[in-house]
Design a protein around this ligand. Structure first.
Ligand SMILES: Cc1cc2nc3c(=O)[nH]c(=O)nc-3n(C[C@H](O)[C@H](O)[C@H](O)COP(=O)(O)O)c2cc1C
Length: 198
């Protein structure tokens, strides 16, 4: 699919058909991790792919029903593929303490301008969502304030691994009207894109 078409279709879907996806399709989507950039090539991003129905229902319950249910259907539970996208800060500290990096930063670990582990995991999240659209599917991303505990308990994340949230992938269902994207709520482009200087 042409990038412009993918972009035009990009939105957070809020209804999925529960039909399972082909394993090759799931592999292609998760496989974008190989094309994801990372600071110092630290490769701290990770994905846990969940297709097991009972597990997806447990995740949906833990995330709470109120935001995610319409007409008795919960779109987290319905989405046939869950991908938990996480960051691992420790891998960045290890990488930036290797000799080639220390040689460039005077023997001390770089001063982090922003947490690259979250930058990179966010970029990975976007690649996953767009790859799903490229497959002709729908996708969404949701978070929960207590998601570290939730995914530790349900999926056994290691201590160092911090989930950004949950990517949902599946065939598009009939999404409810788009509330949060209303044009009236869109900030003017000039507030977002600055030319030559702020
Ligand atoms: C980091 C992040 C966290 C989000 N968390 C949630 C969430 O917890 N629940 C939800 O319904 N939508 C969530 N969204 C979706 C946003 O509400 C959505 O992206 C925004 O309203 C714009 O709509 P659009 O993505 O369809 O253009 C999240 C989006 C991002 C990027």
């Amino acid at each position: 699919m042409d990038f412009r078409d993918i972009l035009a279709r990009r939105r957070m879907h809020r209804a999925f058909l529960p039909d399972p996806l082909a394993p090759e399709q799931i592999d292609r989507i998760a496989g974008v991790i190989r094309r994801a950039p990372s600071g110092g090539f630290s490769q701290g991003g990770s994905i846990v792919v969940v297709t097991d129905r009972e597990k997806r229902e447990q995740i949906a319950r833990a995330f709470g029903d109120e935001h995610y249910s319409t007409d008795g259907r919960n779109f987290i539970a319905d989405a046939p593929v869950h991908m938990v996208i996480s960051a691992n800060e420790a891998l960045y500290h290890a990488r930036y303490n290797e000799a080639d990096k220390l040689a460039a930063t005077g023997g001390v670990e770089v001063t982090w301008p922003v947490p690259y582990w979250f930058v990179d995991a966010g970029a990975l999240m976007m690649l996953v969502l767009l790859a799903a659209i490229d497959e002709g599917l729908a996708s969404a991303f949701v978070g929960h304030p207590d998601q570290k505990r939730i995914f530790d308990e349900l999926l056994g994340l290691p201590e160092d691994v911090v989930p950004l949230g949950l990517a949902l992938i599946g065939k598009a269902g009939d999404s409810p009207p788009i509330g949060s994207r209303l044009r009236s709520r869109q900030r003017p482009l000039d507030d977002l894109v600055h030319r030559e200087r702020w």
